[in-house]
Write a protein that binds this ligand. Structure first.
Ligand code: BES
Ligand code: MN
Ligand code: ZN
Length: 502
């Protein structure tokens, strides 16, 4: 998949798919691209309303171009309210890519003279289009005998209506977008990989291999070392597994001293442990390391984008299995910061491994902490498959992340973190219980649990359980594990003003 761009609208002789995004059907039947019979056809399609500019509509005709019949697709861009923004161009680019793959095209040309993107920044526009293209081209074929050969497509955007001087900015942005899109696809690969392939041991090896020779230093806190450091919450979760838990540290040295810490939940399989889950849908728990995948993908992207801030990616990895050595309900363990935790349900394991990783981030004097986790089923109940839940001890973190999400299109929605949620976590025997006995406010009480380990450092929690997977392919979203979080994490590190806890 390759993206190029030019300002004049000449048709390439190799073009085998023409794309025309439209904001209105007005004057469409007069495009110089069409011969007289195509003009007549388009005119009739407009009159009969078969051809529409409404967002999401697609229509194909075949026209004479380059001395042969060539498919020409119209993509509606007209929104109910307002002009299309960055997100719509990202979606358009994903849709075009999927159409190109289905059409088995080699050379696609997007004639964009009808898109009024004059008000958008060329740099960001280029990023969105490249991101949408990379993400829309994704497929997971690691375990299919027959591999497809889709990579060989060139998409040429004819970027009319850009000031010619903006072409360089557009192209610079598209390089960034390519990196971000690749980072998302890396996260998708990791999350899609089944638990017999990706376990705490092989995850460590994969991290070392991936970042070898790069500007990211990988160090690992082994189970033995974690024990010495008092990380019994992380170790407890892995007690029933043949693979001991560990903490992967991915370190990027920028110009700042205190790093932004990104923490990702890496439960390579969540059976629930002794509090075992029902079998229906359990296979999706191979992706209970989607938070880890997001941090891993983001670090890979950042290693190429070279931000000025130092960034420390922390990935606690564990496998949550039932066994005679597993953690049991009623057990009491002590986290790295000395807090004792009563285990009421071994299926509330994510917060345990995150607790120790957050303690570790505190010990590393993090400037701020963002954790990403498929933490609660309650997140799906609260938001549906529509948005990532975000909660914080420092409102500025949420405000910054909302801005970032406005551009990325990875929707976030804030939930509260009232003091009283602590009442749900009262334990008769230890400092805190790992979950509440009732079913109310599960996402909020889980976040409240995590907050107890932040030592008042500015912290943002992202519960991505609701966004872990896509049920079907649409635009740049591909069926399977979504890779959610990567765009927002990279966007935050590159663009957000990092607040200091007041
Ligand atoms: N990994 C799950 C949460 C989850 C559910 C993620 C569905 C993605 C889709 C988590 O470890 C879990 O089991 N949470 C429990 C917590 C409960 C025992 C307090 C839950 O949500 O039921
Ligand atoms: Mn669980
Ligand atoms: Zn889990």
């Amino acid at each position: 998949m390759k993206l190029s761009s030019q300002t004049q609208s000449k048709l390439d002789s190799k073009t085998d798919l023409i794309i025309i995004p439209i904001l209105s059907t007005k004057g469409l039947d007069k495009l110089s691209l069409f011969d007289n019979s195509s003009k007549k056809l388009v005119n009739e399609l407009i009159k009969s309303k078969a051809l529409s500019a409404k967002k999401g509509s697609e229509y194909s005709i075949y026209i004479q171009a380059n001395q042969r019949l060539t498919r020409c697709m119209f993509f509606g861009m007209e929104k109910k309210k307002g002009a299309p923004g960055y997100i719509e161009y990202r979606e358009l680019s994903g849709s075009i890519t999927q159409a190109a793959i289905q059409n088995k095209s080699k050379c696609v040309q997007v004639i964009a003279s009808e898109c009024q993107w004059a008000d958008l920044e060329a740099n960001q526009l280029g990023q969105c289009i490249a991101e949408g293209m990379q993400m829309g081209a994704y497929e997971f074929t690691e375990f299919k005998t027959e591999k497809s050969k889709k990579a060989n497509i060139t998409i040429n955007w004819v970027v009319s209506q850009l000031k010619p001087s903006s072409l360089a900015a557009f192209q610079k942005g598209s390089k960034t977008g390519q990196v971000v899109g690749d980072a998302v696809n890396e996260a998708r690969d990791l999350a899609n990989r089944p638990a017999n392939i990706l376990n705490p041991e092989s995850f460590e090896a994969y991290a070392k291999k991936t970042f070898k020779g790069s500007n990211i230093k990988v160090t690992v806190i082994s189970a033995a070392k974690a024990q010495k450091m008092g990380m019994n919450a992380l170790l407890g979760v892995g007690k029933g597994s043949q693979y001991p838990s560990r903490l992967l540290c991915l370190e990027y040295q920028g110009k700042t001293k205190a790093p932004i810490c990104l923490v990702g939940k890496g439960v390579t399989f969540d059976s629930g442990g002794i509090s075992i889950k029902p079998s229906k849908g359990m296979s999706s728990m191979k992706a209970d390391m989607s938070g880890a995948a997001a941090v891993f993908g983001a670090m890979l992207g950042l290693s190429k984008l070279k931000p000025k801030d130092s960034v420390l990616g922390l990935i606690p990895v564990a496998e949550n299995m039932p066994s005679s050595t597993a953690l049991k309900p009623g057990d009491i363990i002590t986290a790295m910061n000395g807090k004792s935790i009563e285990i009421l349900n071994t299926d509330a394991e994510g917060r345990l491994i995150l607790a120790d990783a957050i303690c570790y981030a505190v010990s590393k004097k993090a400037r701020c902490i963002i954790d990403v986790a498929t933490l609660t089923g309650a997140c799906l109940v609260a938001l549906g498959e529509m948005a990532t839940a975000i909660l914080t001890n420092e409102q500025a973190m949420v405000d910054e992340m909302k801005n970032v999400a406005e551009f990325s299109g990875e929707r976030v929605w804030q939930l509260p973190l009232y003091e009283e949620y602590l009442d749900y976590l009262k334990s008769d025997y230890a400092d805190i219980a790992n979950c509440s006995e009732g079913r109310y406010g599960g996402t909020c009480s889980a976040a409240k649990f995590l907050e107890q380990f932040t030592d008042d450092i500015a912290w943002l929690h992202m519960d991505i359980a609701s966004m872990m997977s896509n049920n079907s392919s649409k635009q740049h979203h591909i069926k399977g594990m979504s890779g959610v979080g990567v765009q927002n994490l990279i966007g935050f590190v590159l663009n957000a003003k990092v607040p200091k806890k007041s």
